[in-house]
Design a binder for this molecule. Structure first.
Ligand code: ADP
Length: 534
């Protein structure tokens, strides 16, 4: 670059790479398209699964867009932006991630064609924004209010779970999802994880999976002398320990005579005894302790008929508090009867071949619950948990908002049709971008048809022809023909669709606004022998 006096002005570090204008846009669009391509074949109930193998050789088999993208080690910064879209969609709604990424990829592919025709990126961005706003209007208008309709909740759960590799237990998992969502919907914290604990039990059939209106701990009681089962449990949650303080490495105690040693030990035992007595005085018969329970305390607790478990995870203690109504107590001597929680039953049971777990159940007004998942392999259990997590999110959304739309590509077809009509009322070049947006949204029914093994062009044409006069038809994945999605029970929350289109448009416009990529020279991590790293 030459300055006014003809002297080059250097504004970038030596070795930086720069790409600008169409080249930069082309490269960015290519990266975004590659991300969309990676998840395209998983869309819909007949979508395929992906097997992801991490650095240590562990495999995950999944159909969940957000998981696939999270596990892929994506380096390209633009591709990462698209992955962020999926993440945002997953965090906000918990479903519709694949849809959002496919639409974003298609919006950019269409934008590239417009750039080729010399439509300025600013015009495309403007058109896409208008189209996204119009799409929101159309979706809201087509939404149906289903507040209080329990059957509908089941249908929503089914649509979300279908195609997630766990379809063999669709009925059971949908029912669990609806029951669990209804149990905690009024209480939920920031994330479902705060109120619903998923417990994996390898072995057994998926259909045996169930809800426990309490908390299941992957723990055994601390000593076999303790009772295995306690009815009408009064539960104490202890944040501290029931163990004598371990002496630090620099502590030094000099005991010169044998009788001093035993009196030292007796002194310590006395403290523990006092603590256990204080617990018993409140009426507690179950103790869950975050830290250790020493041998002496174990014996004394067992003696007094108390069931105790040690090293209970902090998150589990918090959930136990929500489930049983107990307060977390730091100092045993401060424990009051009103700090205890209650459960109809606390019981250690064998699950699977050799594992023991403690079931805290029958908690009245439980604000946290457990879902017990049975499955033949860890991979299946993990996929079940992901499927349930997505469907819990959407069911909760519909319990709160009451608004749904039919699925199977129906909303996308309607949005596209409305956008094309809207485009024809405009004069500027934005109308080209709005038409492109309509085409991009139709990538959803197109891909659904493709993934279900039908000719996507034929299916799309048939779907377009079946719109109007109050008909909102989507793709029947069994025949590839248009069908009434409401009648088939294929329904989704309105928010999944509005958010997917919104996030896709935001991501695409963000990528399009970039026309200059300046990349600093990457520093070599490991210098070659005899070379300095710089
Ligand atoms: P996403 O991550 O975007 O939710 P999915 O793989 O879960 O992706 O696919 C969701 C799409 O599949 C939605 O468009 C939904 O309407 C559609 N779908 C789900 N079940 C059916 C069905 N039985 N028939 C037709 N389409 C369906």
């Amino acid at each position: 670059m030459a300055g006014l006096s003809g002297v080059p002005v250097i504004i970038m570090k030596e070795g930086s790479e720069r790409e600008s204008g169409k080249n930069a846009q082309h490269r960015n669009i290519l990266a975004a398209k590659a991300v969309a391509e990676a998840v395209r074949t998983t869309l819909g109930p007949k979508g395929m699964d992906k097997m992801l193998i991490d650095g240590s050789g562990d495999a995950t088999i999944t159909n969940d867009g957000a998981t696939i993208l999270r596990e892929m080690d994506i380096e390209n910064p633009v591709a990462k932006m698209i992955v962020e879209v999926a993440k945002a969609q997953d965090d906000e709604i918990g479903d519709g991630t694949t849809t959002a990424v496919i639409i974003a990829g298609k919006l950019l592919e269409k934008a590239e064609a417009l750039l080729e025709q010399d439509v300025h990126p600013t015009v495309i961005v403007q058109g896409y924004k208008q189209a996204a706003a119009k799409a929101q209007e159309v979706l809201k208008k087509m939404a149906i209010d289903v507040s209080g309709d329990q059957e509908m909740l089941l249908k929503i759960a089914r649509t979300s779970i279908r195609g997630k590799g766990t379809e063999m237990a669709l009925d059971r998992l949908s029912q669990i999802s609806v029951d669990a969502a209804r149990a905690v919907v009024g209480f939920e914290g920031k994330d479902i994880e705060e109120n619903i604990k998923m417990v994996h039990i390898p072995g057994g059939r998926i259909e045996e999976s169930s809800i426990n209106y309490g908390i299941v701990l992957e723990k055994e009681r601390t000593s076999p002398q303790m009772p295995k089962s306690i009815k009408n449990a009064r539960i104490m949650l202890l944040e501290g320990t029931l163990e004598l303080k371990k002496l630090g490495t620099d502590a030094k105690i000099t005991i010169t005579e044998a009788k001093n040693l035993s009196s030292f030990k007796e002194g310590e035992e006395k403290i523990i005894k006092e603590q256990v007595d204080a617990i018993i005085a409140t009426g507690a018969n179950v103790v869950f302790c975050e830290k250790g329970i020493g041998v002496f305390a174990q014996g004394y607790l067992a003696n007094r008929g108390i069931l105790a478990a040690r090293r209970v995870k902090r998150e589990d203690l918090k959930m136990l508090a929500l489930a049983t109504g107990a307060k977390l107590v730091g100092d045993v001597m401060q424990l009051r009867p009103e700090d205890l929680g209650s459960a109809a039953l606390v019981e250690e049971r064998r699950v699977g071949k050799e594992k023991q777990m403690i079931f805290v159940e029958g908690c009245e007004k439980a604000r946290a619950i457990s879902i017990i998942l049975h499955g033949v392999s860890d991979q299946l259990l993990e996929e079940m948990e992901r499927a349930l997590d997505d469907s819990l999110n959407v069911v909760m959304d519909v319990i709160r908002s009451g608004k749904i739309v039919p699925g199977g590509g129906a909303p996308e077809i309607l949005v596209a049709e409305n956008l094309r009509q809207y485009a024809s009322t405009l004069e500027g070049r934005e109308q080209l971008a709005i038409r492109a947006f309509a085409d991009a949204v139709e990538a959803i029914p197109f891909t659904l048809a493709e993934n279900s093994g039908f000719d996507p062009v034929d299916s799309l044409a048939a779907l377009r022809a079946n719109q109007g006069e109050g008909k909102i038809y989507g793709l029947d994945i069994a025949s590839g023909k248009p069908a009434d999605m409401m009648a088939q029970g294929v329904v989704e929350p309105l928010k999944v669709k509005t958010q997917a289109i919104k996030s896709a448009a935001e991501a695409a416009t963000m990528v399009l606004r970039v026309d200059d990529v300046i990349a600093a020279k990457r520093e070599e991590m490991t210098p070659k022998p005899g070379q300095s790293p710089h």
